[in-house]
Design a protein around this ligand. Structure first.
Ligand code: BES
Ligand code: MN
Ligand code: ZN
Length: 496
């Protein structure tokens, strides 16, 4: 990949708000609710009464219930009607709406144009659910491959084009940010490695009006980024540190993000078993979320200063690779004994956290596919959040409120002892499996500047879905925690 763009991108459906339902669409989406006796199909000004009652009768005839996520196609009318179950009208919250809309969009893959008449529901949640559910990574297939169904091309939503213009725009920027993070994570390491990744970031940042600085391996050496260099040493593809900055004039506060960008994690000399190693193309999910969040904040013109540091390296075993037992010196001077070269994420994050702390941001957030222990502790869907207590709790709460489950986790006293090394300041693992996610948090805390509000978000499970698609959650890259970050930034921009 020599150009500064990703080899393939998922297509984003076009969305517009319309006052009247367009005459020619391939499917019309309406909500159905669960009522006391069977489904309820709310009267809709866009349909005449006879049509409404015909549809209701047809829903009943096929035993539809209106339960959340139930998708029922009703034939026999000019335009096919799709009833989207939203569950009980009283319980409908944003997340239920996003999930149902996502299920509908997935069920309608192959349908080119749809119109949506959902009544007075949250437009942002509706748009997020539909578009995030419609996401389809095209991948790389030869010309003779069987044709896959095309993603939805255009979506017309019944609403108020003027009054809801800003809300639609913000929702679309949010969705595009998640698409960018997903596309980056889904791109295989054959195509995405530190150099090409930095090129893509530079090009995307320029489009969004964000300042970019790329440190190549020479600059990293000169400025003594010993952690990033140590991890990148075993690869023929040298590492990068990319800094992004969105600096609006009337910034209310400043946030620095740090992202783990291991474009492939073999484990290095402490090599991983081969089963499922291919999923380690996703070990740059933290960096992708950081890039997407900084660019999203800029595109929304949020009044908060945002910087992003993404540490990009490929962790490979090689004659020149870092060995277990090596001692390295991080940016800022802290030394680490590398016990296990597979605990590489914390080594690159350490440098980037130390660098980000020099800028003295009000808030510092790092995110990483850091530990298998996150999956053991919290499962595949829930991110672990560590850091300074108030801010940690606030970020976890925001995550839950946008449908990106997150849970606050403690940093432990025992790890203050076990993080010490007999020959260096600290060591990257303590050779027990106990509380592995939390140990990594304690290790990172050593690189966070005094008095900075800090949160560390371990997204090992939630950023990559190895199971099946559900609601608006696709297979493979999920884009977590981009929406959490954008929600935080919106809050900070509006806070006096
Ligand atoms: N990238 C992995 C963590 C990971 C595991 C992410 C599974 C997504 C799914 C990380 O670099 C790693 O290898 N961590 C080790 C640390 C251990 C050596 C202390 C782990 O979790 O096994
Ligand atoms: Mn690793
Ligand atoms: Zn890793």
């Amino acid at each position: 990949m020599s150009t500064a763009s990703l080899p393939v991108r998922a297509a984003l459906p076009e969305v517009e708000l319309v006052k009247k339902l367009p005459a020619s669409v391939d499917a019309l989406l309406f909500p159905a609710f669960t009522g006391e006796d069977g489904p309820e199909f709310p009267a809709c000004p866009a349909l005449d009464k006879d049509v409404t009652s015909t549809i209701l009768a047809q829903l009943k005839a096929v035993d539809a219930t209106g339960k959340a996520g139930e998708i029922t196609r009703i034939p026999g009318i000019d335009t096919p009607v799709v009833a989207v179950g939203l569950g009980s009208a009283e319980d409908l919250d944003d997340e239920a709406l996003r999930r149902a809309a996502g299920s509908a969009a997935r069920a309608l893959r192959g349908v080119s144009s749809i119109a949506v008449a959902f009544g007075p529901v949250s437009l942002s949640a509706l748009v997020e659910g539909l578009l995030l559910g419609a996401y389809d990574y095209p991948g790389f297939r030869g010309a003779d491959a069987e044709e896959a169904p095309e993603p939805i091309h255009s979506i017309a939503i019944l609403g108020d084009p003027k009054a809801q213009k800003d809300e639609l725009l913000a929702a679309l920027i949010t969705v595009e940010s998640v698409y960018l993070a997903r596309d980056l994570v889904n791109t295989p390491s054959s195509h995405l490695y530190p150099e090409t990744y930095a090129d893509v970031i530079r090009a995307e940042a320029k489009k969004a009006g964000v300042d970019v600085q790329v440190l190549d391996e020479k600059a990293l050496e000169k400025q003594e980024f010993g952690g990033i260099l140590a991890v990148g040493k075993g690869s023929a593809r040298p590492p990068r540190l990319v800094k992004l900055s969105w600096s609006p004039r009337r910034a209310r506060s400043s946030v620095a993000f740090v992202g783990k960008g291991i474009t492939f994690d073999t484990g290095g000399i402490s090599i991983k078993p081969s089963a499922h190693m291919e999923n380690m193309i996703s070990d740059m999910g933290g960096s992708a979320a950081v890039v997407a969040a900084v660019l999203g904040a800029a595109r929304m013109h949020l009044n908060v200063a945002v910087t992003g540091y993404v540490a990009l390296a490929e962790n490979m075993p090689d004659g020149n690779a870092t060995r277990p037992g090596d001692v390295i010196t991080h940016y800022g001077g802290i030394t680490s004994e590398v016990i296990n070269t597979d605990a590489e994420g914390r080594l690159v994050l350490a440098d980037a956290l130390a660098r980000a702390s020099e800028d003295k941001p009000d808030y510092l957030i790092d995110t990483a596919t850091l530990t298998g222990a996150q999956l053991v502790a919290l499962g595949v869907n829930t991110s672990g959040v560590m850091g300074t207590e108030t801010f940690r709790d606030r970020l976890a709460e925001i995550g839950r409120s946008v449908g990106e489950p997150a849970w606050a986790m403690p940093l432990l006293e025992e790890h203050e002892k076990s993080v010490r090394s007999p020959i260096a300041d600290i060591r990257n693992v303590d050779n027990t499996r106990n509380g592995g996610m939390l140990y990594a948090g304690t290790y990172l805390s050593k690189f966070v500047g005094e008095g900075i509000e800090w949160a560390h978000v371990d997204i090992a499970g939630p950023s990559f879905n190895e199971g099946s698609a559900k609601g608006y959650l696709p297979v493979r890259a999920t884009g977590v925690p981009v929406r959490t970050f954008l929600a935080l930034l919106k809050e900070l921009a509006e806070q006096s």
